[in-house]
Design a protein around this ligand. Structure first.
Ligand SMILES: NC(=O)c1ccc[n+]([C@@H]2O[C@H](COP(=O)([O-])OP(=O)(O)OC[C@H]3O[C@@H](n4cnc5c(N)ncnc54)[C@H](OP(=O)(O)O)[C@@H]3O)[C@@H](O)[C@H]2O)c1
Length: 303
């Protein structure tokens, strides 16, 4: 009698020295853990972020621990020219991306008028424009090869509009909708797309954006960066289009935020974001809006 061993189906491409898994935001937090988990699975890596010393150290650590080839490229992904250079360098190094993890990000946790125009735009360029750009650069080649995986890190913040964190939550809603639509378009091509939607994850993200909302969410619903990466990869292996990483309890806790009607979600969001909304005090009624002078690039026609 022949014994058939049923293998768990996996949508992740097999590790190969000819290809790379490109991870953005790899210098810290969730991105580092995605890179570590992929190295453990035998994937060659390309680590991307701005801080080169960190990338260099992590590249040495991962190649030493797992015997995989690790490249790193320092780039500010909010800058279109640096994304162009990143694409060219990946091409030069001769290892096409068969896996792409878009993880680089930061969040602004203060009301729109307290923040600055420049910072709000930086956030959109990194969280939205860079994700669309990198997907557009790497996915067509994956489709031509008939194999590839994209993981876009969204957030439970994308499940509803969050006052005091408006551009961030809107950007993550974009990443989620973009990923789910792309996943449907690519069905049957051999390329999968998974949006990973974590709740609070203790990383440097907390220091950069100083979110107060996380203190209103019981710790039992937080998730470690390593768990986000592991659950994200398992979801991609299953071909899931989106996942909330963490325990079943955490998934159950965040699920209603995704489906609640806006008239219920809005007061709950206002309560959750009470700390951020207090930062509105920093924008006194008497203070002038932070207007920038037209820069050199802004030409004004003579009358
Ligand atoms: N932590 C949370 O609670 C949480 C929850 C839900 C979703 N997320 C999402 O998870 C992702 C990773 O966040 P994290 O928690 O791991 O935060 P983190 O520890 O602060 O890591 C952010 C990463 O993004 C990189 N980065 C930031 N700006 C960049 C830029 N302009 N160009 C290139 N790389 C840039 C940083 O590297 P360099 O500074 O070296 O460039 C770093 O590697 C983000 O998209 C975030 O929105 C986080």
């Amino acid at each position: 009698m022949m014994l058939t061993v049923k293998r768990r189906s996996t949508r992740l491409p097999s590790p190969s020295a000819e290809f790379t898994a490109l991870v953005t935001g790899a210098s810290s937090g969730i991105g580092t853990e995605f890179a570590r988990a992929l190295a453990r699975r035998g994937h060659s890596l390309t680590l991307v972020a701005r801080r080169s010393e960190r990338l260099r150290a992590l590249a040495e650590e991962f190649s030493g621990a797992h015997g995989v080839h690790v490249d790193w490229i320092s780039a500010d992904l909010g800058d279109a020219a640096q994304r162009e250079r990143l694409d060219a360098e990946v091409l030069d190094r001769g290892r096409p991306a068969q896996l792409l993890v878009n993880c680089a990000g930061f969040g602004i946790y203060e009301p729109f008028v307290v923040s600055t125009r420049q910072r709000e735009l930086e956030q959109v360029r990194l969280l939205v424009e860079a994700v669309v750009d990198l997907d557009a650069r790497f996915v067509p080649a994956m489709v031509k090869r008939g194999s590839g995986t994209v993981i876009n890190v969204a957030s439970t913040a994308g499940f509803q509009p969050l006052p005091g964190n408006g551009t961030y939550s809107a950007s993550k809603a974009f990443v989620l909708a973009h990923s789910e639509a792309l996943a449907e378009e690519l069905r049957g091509t051999g390329v999968s797309v998974t949006a990973v939607c974590p709740g609070p994850v203790p990383t440097e993200f907390f220091e950069v954006g100083q979110p107060l909302v996380v203190h209103r969410i019981p710790r039992i619903f937080w998730c470690s960066a390593a768990q986000v990466a592991e659950d994200g990869l398992l979801a991609a292996e299953r071909g899931a289009t989106s996942v909330v990483p963490g325990s079943l309890l955490a998934r159950a806790f965040y699920a209603p935020y995704r489906t609640a009607p806006r008239h219920i979600a809005a007061p709950v969001a206002r309560w959750l974001m009470a700390g951020e909304l207090k930062r509105m005090r920093d924008f006194g009624a008497e203070s002038e809006p932070q207007r920038e002078q037209p820069g050199e690039a802004c030409e004004v026609a003579d009358p």
